[in-house]
Design a protein around this ligand. Structure first.
Ligand code: CA
Length: 233
């Protein structure tokens, strides 16, 4: 079930879109109709909204101002639906963080398809909890690592280390920073503990071990390499 905010001041059009989206989604989408910007913001403030469709020309605050206010609340997809087709209006909409801008007259089927695509994408981003590179995949919430599809057992610190490397692919991570992030301020040992965990991690990653590059005098970085290229360092 998705909740869609629809801010449109022309009543017949508002009802048409509302009925169409509700019917076409088979009742999966709940459409909250608002006749002006203020009502739209009130509705969005009183309940979670998954996506907003905004007209630009409204009797009170315009759709751009509504978009700005919604953006402050979060990253929901925002789609403009406006008779204003000028490039500057469209650019202004995108500049305020809109995800799409449709001009009137429009096809209801296309509006439905665009909303469906935006909802799919935002759901995908929110649910992205697997970090991967080459044949290595880390399912973050499950603390599970697979190498070429085969599950490998790693110690919690090794998983945490892999996560940092994968999250910041291509960037050199300093030994001191890794030590601090993984062992904390009060760790009394040497930063060579990082090296020993990197060794364990490389051993577990098989052919992908070479993705972990040693950065001279600094630390390590994850570098995606083709399966048959690159040297282990
Ligand atoms: Ca209007």
């Amino acid at each position: 079930m998705h909740t869609i905010l629809l801010v449109e001041d022309e009543a017949p059009l508002r009802e048409l879109i509302c009925d169409y989206l509700t019917a076409k989604s088979g009742g999966e989408w709940r459409v909250l109709p608002a006749a002006d910007g203020t009502e739209g913001l009130l509705l969005a403030g009183s309940q979670p909204v998954d996506l907003a469709v905004l007209d630009v020309m409204l009797p009170d605050i315009d759709g751009f101002a509504v978009c700005q206010a919604l953006r402050k609340k979060g990253g929901m997809p925002i789609l403009f639906l406006s008779a204003r087709a000028a490039e500057e209006d469209r650019l202004r909409g995108y500049g305020l963080g809109a995800d799409d801008y449709m001009t009137k007259p429009f096809s209801q089927a296309e509006l439905f398809a665009k909303i469906a695509a935006l909802l799919r994408r935002s759901k995908g981003l929110a649910g992205r909890q697997v970090l991967s590179s080459g044949g290595v995949a880390l399912d973050v919430p499950a603390h599970a690592v697979t190498v070429d599809g085969v599950r490998v057992e790693l110690a919690p610190k090794e998983i945490a280390l892999l996560r940092l490397l994968l999250e910041q692919q291509g960037q050199a991570l300093r030994r001191e920073d890794l030590l601090l992030r993984l062992w904390g301020w009060d760790y009394e040992g040497s930063d060579r503990v990082v090296d020993s965990h990197i060794r364990q991690l490389r051993r577990a990653l098989g052919p992908w071990a070479r993705c972990i590059r040693t950065v001279f005098k600094t630390g390590y970085k994850w570098e995606a390499v083709p399966p048959d290229g690159g040297d282990a360092t």
